[in-house]
Design a binder for this molecule. Structure first.
Ligand SMILES: N[C@@H](CCC(=O)N[C@@H](CS)C(=O)NCC(=O)O)C(=O)O
Length: 213
């Protein structure tokens, strides 16, 4: 773990910049205009299990964000915490039902679609890797994803909730596992994913220099 000077906000991410969860927190911080120090961990080398990191990250995973000495992991918990302490430039919709839907989608995107996440890893999204045809179970997951996204964005809307939210970026990332691999995705969903990808904070993450694989 690289030593860095003390700072109010310090974000630990993977050194390959392929973690979708680290990306969500990076985008959240940038979207809110909060300056932060970025520290990278080589997960392949097991740096997340080093004494220095395990002392401060309860779950020994990335992302972990340190806010004035308070260390928090789990990206959706971090986003909610940031929203509570820095409410301007919101990450979530205001209305209770929409906010609940946003949290539902965050939880779903982290817990379902396992086969798709495996066969279309984020190396496809961030390293330009191309993967072979989907297995039946991954195809099932892709069909479910496209069905859910199609329902949520049914009327051709540009965002899930009438204004940008962090979940737009998370959904776009999941769709881009297919889009960027050249898999079949309905044009409206492809356009949505491409538009979300233009967010300056997303572009900053996408364009970060990565080590060779
Ligand atoms: N649910 C967690 C997932 C975090 C996660 O899976 N992080 C992975 C990188 S994508 C990690 O730290 N892997 C290393 C390990 O678990 O040892 C979140 O949303 O933050």
């Amino acid at each position: 773990v690289t030593a860095v000077p003390n700072s109010a906000l310090r974000l630990f991410v993977d050194s390959q910049f392929t973690s979708p969860y680290a990306m969500a927190v990076f985008v959240a911080l940038r979207h809110k205009g909060l300056p932060f120090e970025l520290v990278t961990l080589d997960l392949e080398a097991g740096e997340q299990r080093s004494a220095g990191y395990s002392d401060l990250s309860l779950t020994q995973r990335v992302p972990t964000l340190i806010v004035d000495g308070f260390a928090l992991s789990e990206s959706s918990a971090i986003c909610e915490y940031l929203e509570n302490i820095h409410p301007s430039a919101p990450l979530y919709p205001q209305a209770a039902q929409q906010r609940a839907r946003a949290r539902q989608l965050q939880a779903w995107l982290r817990s379902d679609l396992q086969a798709l996440r495996q066969e279309r890893s984020t190396l496809v999204v961030f390293y330009g890797q191309r993967a072979p045809a989907l297995s039946p179970s991954a195809q099932g997951a892709a069909t479910k994803l496209l069905d859910v996204a199609g329902q949520l964005l049914a009327d051709g809307r540009e965002q899930l909730f009438g204004q940008w939210s962090i979940v737009d970026v998370e959904l776009a990332l999941m769709l881009n596992r297919l889009v960027l691999n050249g898999d079949e995705v309905p044009p409206a969903l492809r356009d949505y994913a491409q538009r979300q990808w233009q967010h300056p904070a997303v572009q900053a993450w996408v364009n970060t220099a990565r080590p060779p694989l």
